[in-house]
Write a protein that binds this ligand. Structure first.
Ligand code: B12
Ligand code: SF4
Length: 598
């Protein structure tokens, strides 16, 4: 990569001349993962770190996850004899966040130390950037700008959910600069593009290509996402070339999120057993990359793949990322039996995206549990029948979900549920109806998110149609499920935040299932974990206190009570919360504390 950006465009540099002679196998190629959040959020986080603050209500998870998409692309390139390197900038940010790097540095330092210096040292011909999330738009823009500032010749290729859906926005936007965008599943297309980049008629070829876009032709033809036909024919994801692989394996985001820290020595790997989902949930954008038609890896392929993960990396936890894992009952049972026959109780298996609850039967649950599933999340999304049918369009039969949760409990499986509030068109009453249903469902944990209009989803189209979003000027900085960004005739963003907060407190703390059923050990584990991450969370401290009292650990309990007292002294908001939720009656707080509010 040349660092001289003052060259006249008409003069050919040595690099340009040489690149014509290079074939695809000689090119230096980098595949990058962008930070998963916006520049605004990265900045905000750095300033929070400097102030020593954390805000659990913002629901931001910084931990990195194995970037499977990039690994599939790298595997395919390598199978074709094209070498490639990987840089995960999201992970770099995380490392800096935990190491104290940001105490004396800012985002400019970060991009210099971890991105531009690396580009200068390595002189890449092609940089591909994976951008899965709307919310990372401004971070991707910043990356493309740095690449361009260093070299006009380096080809920048974008792929992933965000560019696949928003290629027009990207090419129109002056802050982001790229040469090509690949729409949908990119394995075969990236190889094609790299092999044909130097063709004289590449512009024409791209214009005619149904799934690749460039800045010259993006407005001419409506293009569509690509899907891979045979998953088994894909190259294996190139786990081996992911820098710091061991840290992803031992520090898995999902493992920690799903409570798997309860098991010692977790070594996890992400895995895709199928791609695509036939449902049409209006908040979901997955189908715009992976399509509505479900394609499967064969179970034979999967057994071999799992063997590889065990033999090469000693994996004992499988994180299955499918959109619709359990749509085919027989496939699931056969897979679970195979895993159990070969590996007994070696694995814990997690499904971070949830399973289709309405398709679960006793037989399926039995085999999932045998194979290693200890926690399950059922994706309910709304507890209002009207919203289910007319707004969310998932149309789950809610009484069936109650039955399924009962069944899961009878198998003693830790059960969680996903809910979303703030759909466009949803009323505040319907949100409350949803929360009441969540309480009735009586799961071990309820995740309540606020709707964010994801590019590619029906809700996003609706938001634009109703003037709630301005696609041309949106910088997507707050498009994360924890944050609310819509003001509609039915509700304001602020009101939805309150509904979410209140629902979370009622479902997970005041009516916590482990506390209610006297499973104090489980409650202690849950709340200790929470207090570890969010020591200033009043209700986490309260839950821990209740659990310790239940376990008759009075010494520890009074220390926690002291923490609660301190939180109230430090912030009168906590005193108000205690009053609002009537906690003093339940926890029998020190009277002087309640007095502190006046
Ligand atoms: C795993 C996952 C995550 C993981 C990590 C992703 C990672 N590091 O790779 C984590 C947990 C971090 C995550 C988080 C979030 N996620 Co998520 N996540 C997924 C999930 C389930 C699977 C992604 C995956 O691995 N797919 C498998 C691989 C093979 O596909 P892929 O990554 O898309 O890659 C293919 C193509 O996209 C393309 N491609 C990708 N990159 C590139 C690069 C180049 C150069 C090229 C040419 C091609 C290309 O080719 C690849 C191979 O076919 C998807 C749903 C889905 N089905 O895709 C949602 C999904 C991507 N997530 C989504 C969202 C919204 C989020 C969050 C913002 C949620 C939130 N909290 O609000 C957060 C982001 C912030 C954070 N916490 O980090 C949305 C994104 C939609 C959007 N337009 O923004 C999706 C689509 C889910 C949905 N319901 O719609 N997520
Ligand atoms: S949210 Fe899940 S079930 Fe609904 S369409 Fe998306 S992937 Fe399918």
């Amino acid at each position: 990569m040349d660092t001289n950006n003052n060259l006249q465009p008409t003069v050919k540099t040595v690099k340009e001349v040489m690149s014509i002679e290079k074939n695809s196998a000689d090119k230096k190629i980098l595949l990058c993962v962008s930070p998963n959040y916006s520049m605004f959020m990265l900045d905000e986080e750095i300033s929070n770190l400097k102030k020593g603050e954390s805000d659990f209500t913002k629901d931001v998870d910084w931990r990195p996850a194995i970037p499977l998409g990039i690994l599939y692309l790298a595997g395919t390139l390598r199978k074709k004899g094209i070498s490639v390197e990987i840089l995960d900038l999201h992970r770099s940010f995380y490392e800096c966040r935990v190491s104290g790097y940001f105490m004396k540095r800012n985002l400019d330092d970060f991009f210099r130390d971890f991105f531009t210096n690396y580009l200068i040292e390595n002189d890449f011909d092609i940089v591909g950037i994976s951008s899965l999330f709307n919310v990372s738009f401004t971070a991707v823009a910043r990356m493309t700008k740095h690449i361009r500032d260093l070299s006009k010749n380096t080809k920048i290729i974008l792929g992933g959910h965000f560019p696949s859906n928003e290629y027009r926005t990207i090419f129109k936007n002056e802050d982001i600069d790229c040469d090509y965008i690949i729409l949908g599943e990119g394995e075969e297309l990236l190889v094609w593009l790299i092999e044909n980049l130097e063709n004289k008629d590449i512009r024409q070829q791209v214009e005619e290509h149904p799934h690749i876009v460039d800045k010259f032709s993006y407005e001419k033809i409506q293009k569509n996402y690509n899907t891979v036909t045979s998953l088994d024919n894909l190259a294996e994801p190139a786990y081996g070339i992911l820098p710091h692989l061991e840290e992803y394996i031992t520090g898995s985001l999902h493992a920690q999120r799903m409570g798997s820290q309860l098991f010692n020595d977790v070594r996890s790997a992400e895995l895709y057993t199928s791609r695509g989902c036939p449902l049409k949930c209006t908040f979901c954008a997955s189908w715009k990359v992976h399509g509505r038609k479900v394609r499967y890896h064969s179970n034979d392929y999967l057994f071999k793949h799992i063997d590889d993960l065990v033999n090469r990396f000693d994996i004992n936890q499988l994180i299955i990322e499918d959109d619709m894992f359990n749509i085919k009952k027989d496939r699931v049972i056969e897979l679970c039996k195979g895993i159990y026959d070969k590996y007994g109780d070696r694995f814990s298996i997690e499904f971070p995206n949830g399973l289709a609850g309405w398709l679960l039967t006793e037989e399926v649950i039995y085999w999932l549990k045998k194979a290693g599933m200890k926690t399950i999340t059922v994706a309910v999304e709304s507890g209002s029948p009207y919203v289910q049918k007319h707004i969310l369009k998932k149309n789950l039969k809610l009484p069936k979900m109650v039955e399924v949760v009962e069944m899961l409990k009878s198998f003693d499986i830790n059960t969680r549920a996903f809910f979303i509030v703030g759909f466009i068109g949803e009323t505040l009453e319907q949100m409350e109806e949803s929360i009441r249903f969540a309480l009735k469902l009586d799961v071990d944990w309820t995740e309540i998110k606020v709707l964010t209009p994801l590019a590619g989803s029906e809700m996003y189209e609706l938001a634009i149609e109703r003037g709630l979003l301005d696609a041309e000027n949106e910088d997507f900085s707050e498009h994360v499920y924890g944050r609310s960004c819509l003001n509609t005739p039915e509700f304001t963003a602020e009101q939805v935040k309150i509904v979410q907060y209140d629902g979370n407190i009622r479902a997970n703390f005041l009516n916590n299932r482990a506390l209610r059923t006297g499973d104090y050990l489980q409650a202690e584990r849950t709340f200790k974990g929470l207090v570890g991450n969010y020591p200033n969370h009043l209700f986490a401290q309260w839950g821990l206190w209740q659990a310790l009292l239940g376990l008759k650990k009075h010494g520890e309990a009074s220390k926690v009570l002291e923490n609660i007292q301190n939180l109230c002294t430090a912030d009168s908001k906590n005193v108000n919360l205690i009053k609002k939720y009537n906690l003093e009656l339940q926890v029998n707080l020190n009277p002087s504390l309640v007095g502190a509010s006046s």
